[in-house]
Write a protein that binds this ligand. Structure first.
Ligand SMILES: *[C@@H]1O[C@H](CO)[C@@H](O)[C@H](O)[C@H]1NC(C)=O
Ligand SMILES: *[C@@H]1O[C@H](CO)[C@@H](O)[C@H](O)[C@H]1NC(C)=O
Ligand SMILES: *[C@@H]1O[C@H](CO)[C@@H](O)[C@H](O)[C@H]1NC(C)=O
Ligand SMILES: *[C@@H]1O[C@H](CO)[C@@H](O)[C@H](O)[C@H]1NC(C)=O
Ligand SMILES: *[C@@H]1O[C@H](CO)[C@@H](O)[C@H](O)[C@H]1NC(C)=O
Ligand SMILES: *[C@@H]1O[C@H](CO)[C@@H](O)[C@H](O)[C@H]1NC(C)=O
Ligand SMILES: *[C@@H]1O[C@H](CO)[C@@H](O)[C@H](O)[C@H]1NC(C)=O
Length: 439
């Protein structure tokens, strides 16, 4: 006969008092020692039930805390739990209850960070200027500021239109002036009230657009207004911990770019700037070039803007003297050979850039011949993308020759450049060999 089921979990030494235990079991066949919870567990369960009135957490041992984390209700008010319950199962339960997809590896393996970042993102994404009270955001700040490192805001709502405005439109009182006034009232959430208070924020991704606007579509929903730009610029300046700024698809033209850049000069921690899918032209690029000289940027992404030769030359000028930039992306702009050659010449003189993207511009043979010199020099350049430019057969030959000096290039995209097939296959072969040697 096996005695072990009764003995599991029981603290009584079997040799000591086996008889008494047998007797108890004999009196009640359903009753075993295993299912009697320990007093300590009963206490913990009582703590859990009364947590809202009498929160006890910090005083507990690690195993007791784990037990409480498993049992607490996820609907407890955040002002109670935020700064009391440490990262763990409780926050995992909160996240999984609220969102279908929860990949904690995107949040530095912290469930608490995930919860508060996404919670704050939701509040901002649903914030309606003049309707939502600023209090809803500000109340959260003391609760979440220790855990929020990144905010990825995928929409910003404009204010709700005054109904009178629409009536007037119908009456035909519409005038260009009125439209301008309406434009001014399209300002979005004011980041000035928030960013300086988030003392651990390192990454900010913003888009000034509205998701799923359906039949309410208006062009104005998809741009940052002048006032938005002003308030964001000074908010960014006050956010001293920011390392990465991404501002996409927000209709940023030269004027707004200038203003943003002006406030980012000498920023103490900014390392990555991404203004892709905007309307930045040469003037904006000149401002960014100045920023290159007055910052420690390592990554600059100006993908899909309106930068031409003058802008590219300004960037090249800054690049030649810059000791920090490692990656420059000018994909899908309108840079011609004047700009392209300037950039390549800058690289002849400097040895920090490792990634260059000039794909889908207007550069041709002269640029690629200068680039070939850079490559043959065997410096830090590791990856180039010059696809979708008209480089021609001779451009291909120049690049082919450069690649024959075993160089540091481990990625080189030359698709759709009009090069001879032989050049392309030689270049690919050389890249492959370099990659193999690099490992
Ligand atoms: C949490 O907020 C509620 C009101 O929203 C308030 O009644 C309560 O006292 C607050 N609790 C703490 C611990 O601040
Ligand atoms: C930011 O959010 C958008 C949409 O929600 C997503 O596509 C993108 O990958 C996110 N970016 C980061 C860095 O998490
Ligand atoms: C900025 O420019 C000056 C002079 O042109 C140069 O000495 C300095 O190294 C540059 N700084 C950076 C960070 O590029
Ligand atoms: C590249 O720029 C840095 C910073 O201005 C400078 O120290 C370095 O000498 C430059 N490289 C060359 C090869 O001139
Ligand atoms: C190079 O740029 C083109 C577009 O210009 C893009 O489609 C392609 O994926 C890029 N290649 C690499 C290796 O990233
Ligand atoms: C490149 O390396 C290969 C062997 O890996 C060698 O045969 C060839 O001579 C080298 N070429 C140059 C230009 O150094
Ligand atoms: C280029 O650099 C690689 C790696 O540092 C080295 O193995 C190779 O010999 C160099 N080639 C030339 C031509 O200097």
């Amino acid at each position: 006969m096996s005695r072990s089921p009764y003995l599991q979990g029981a603290t009584i030494n079997p040799a000591e008092d086996f008889r008494r235990m047998r007797r108890i079991v004999a009196e009640d066949l359903d009753w075993t020692l295993v299912i009697v919870p320990c007093l300590s567990k009963l206490c913990l369960q009582s703590f859990i039930r009364n947590f809202e009135e009498k929160p006890i957490f910090e005083e507990l041992s690690p195993t007791q805390r784990d037990f409480v984390q498993e049992g607490l209700s996820t609907s407890l008010p955040l002002n109670l739990t935020a700064n009391l319950i440490s990262d763990g199962v409780f926050w995992k339960r909160c996240c999984e209850e609220r969102w279908d997809l929860c990949d904690v590896s995107h949040y530095g393996h912290s469930w608490k960070r995930m919860f508060f970042e996404r919670h704050m993102e939701n509040i901002i994404e649903l914030f309606i200027p003049y309707s939502t009270e600023e209090k809803t955001v500000l109340e959260m700040v003391p609760l979440c500021k220790n855990y929020v490192k990144r905010l990825n805001i995928s929409q910003l709502l404009p204010p709700i239109r005054e109904p009178e405005g629409e009536e007037e439109d119908e009456l035909g009182l519409d005038s260009p002036y009125q439209n301008e006034n309406e434009g001014q009232s399209m300002d979005h959430f004011n980041f000035k009230i928030l960013l300086s208070k988030l003392t651990n924020l390192e990454e900010l991704h913003l888009v000034y657009k509205v998701n799923q606007c359906g039949m309410n579509f208006e062009w104005q929903m998809f741009e940052m207004t002048d006032k938005d730009c002003k308030s964001l610029a000074s908010a960014l300046k006050s956010c001293k911990t920011l390392k990465i700024l991404r501002l996409h698809e927000s209709h940023i033209e030269d004027k707004k770019c200038l203003l943003l850049v002006k406030h980012l000069l000498d920023h103490p921690s900014l390392r990555e700037l991404d203004f892709s899918h905007n309307l930045i032209g040469d003037k904006g690029a000149r401002a960014v070039a100045k920023l290159l000289n007055k910052s420690q940027l390592e990554t600059l992404n100006l993908y899909d803007n309106d930068i031409r030769d003058h802008g590219a030359k300004a960037l090249a000028h800054a690049l030649a003297k810059n000791p920090t930039l490692q990656s420059l992306n000018l994909r899908l702009n309108r840079v011609g050979d004047e700009g392209g050659q300037a950039i390549a010449n800058a690289l002849l003189n400097n040895k920090t850039l490792s990634h260059l993207h000039l794909g889908a511009n207007k550069v041709t043979e002269p640029t690629v011949i200068t680039l070939a010199k850079v490559i043959a020099q065997n410096n830090t350049l590791k990856s180039i993308n010059i696809s979708c430019n008209c480089l021609g057969e001779d451009g291909g030959k120049a690049l082919e020759e450069a690649m024959s000096y075993n160089t540091s290039i481990t990625e080189c995209d030359v698709c759709l450049t009009g090069m001879g097939e032989q050049s392309v296959s030689f270049i690919n072969q050389a890249v492959w060999t370099n990659k193999k040697n690099a490992i």
